[in-house]
Design a protein around this ligand. Structure first.
Ligand code: ZN
Length: 319
């Protein structure tokens, strides 16, 4: 029997990573309905939206109002993505208690677009981190393209470590390794997680996989084998990435919860309630998504009465 962790923490990132890639712009009421239902289903962490330029991401322009309108469930962490100091200010103003910064691990991409290395970008987050701490807002960091990018043949592990060091230098100890481009594969994930856990025991790690090539669930399992316990998932599997051709969303939350339930790994999330949220989302979207569970249902629901007539007919045919 393979050795896995017994309990994992899932973050529902659909309201941010999923909805930001949809053409439809969700209203505050629609988002609040989905977020409240996700919290009620038992998600311990929910990524509500982002405080970035409304011109760049119009789908997230109402994040401040969503924070003000949602019904906080005690113990649930509601977080938002930010890009700069302005993001911290918006978080404080609407009562958001946890923010997440992001940098791309691709040196070439960062140099071409921002004229600095990813580690230099992270060093520039210092003011954000100080402001967040002064205002009692928790802060975490994400490293997108940590497993590869559309612009690099591979991202050397030393480059990723440089970014982790930069995050630690500005006081960020909760870090997410993200595969926005969907190129990560299980043995790579296992190797990287094992290395990172060994070298940075002080870091609280998250993993964030997009299911672009169908490897999302396998990558989560590889992370679990290396002892990682925090993963991002998205209701009904919605999402994508504007920079990556053919990008898919995160692994569907219900698919991951179903697998973990079957394995006896605790999530604290009610699968039926999570599936209801995803069905509601699909109804709001008006189009189908990459969710196995919404298509096939739970394995446990397969148990039904044997249709006896068919069996009789088959036996007769054999004679
Ligand atoms: Zn993502």
């Amino acid at each position: 029997m393979m050795d896995f962790v017994k309990e994992v923490t899932l973050c529902e990132v659909g309201p941010r990573d999923g909805l930001q890639n949809e053409k439809k712009i969700f209203t505050v009421e629609e988002k609040v309905e989905l977020i409240n239902a996700s919290a009620k289903a038992g998600f311990p962490v929910i990524e509500v939206g982002s405080f970035v330029s409304p011109k760049a991401v119009p789908q997230m322009a109402n994040t401040d109002d969503v924070f003000k309108a949602l019904t906080p469930v005690p113990g649930v962490e509601y977080r938002a993505l930010i890009a700069n100091l302005k993001g911290v200010e918006r978080a404080v103003a609407c009562g958001c208690k946890k923010v997440k910064l992001n940098v791309s691990a691709s040196k070439a991409h960062n140099l071409a677009n921002l004229n600095r290395t990813p580690a230099e970008s992270v060093a520039g987050f210092g003011a954000c981190c100080d402001a967040a701490k002064a205002d009692g807002v928790g802060i975490s960091g994400s490293i997108s393209m940590a497993f590869g990018s559309p612009w690099d043949k591979e991202i050397p592990l030393s480059d990723v470590k440089e970014i982790v060091d930069a995050y630690l230098a500005v006081g960020v100890t909760e870090i997410s390794l993200s595969d926005a481009s969907g190129v990560a594969f299980p043995s790579q994930v296992y190797g990287m997680c094992e290395q990172m856990a060994k070298e940075y025991p002080q870091v609280t790690w998250w993993l964030h996989f997009h299911n672009t090539r169908g490897l999302g669930v396998a990558n989560i399992l590889a992370g679990m084998q290396a002892g990682f316990t925090r993963f991002d998932t998205s209701f009904a599997g919605v999402g994508g990435c504007p920079f990556v051709p053919g990008a898919a969303g995160n692994v569907a939350s219900e698919d991951v919860i179903h697998m973990l339930d079957e394995m006896g790994v605790k999530t604290g999330i009610d699968l039926d309630a999570a599936m209801d949220v995803s069905r509601r989302l699909v109804a709001m979207l008006g189009h189908g998504t990459d969710s196995y569970l919404l298509r096939a249902g739970k394995s446990k629901d397969l148990i039904r009465e044997i249709p006896t007539k068919q069996i009789k007919n088959q036996t007769m045919e054999k004679k």
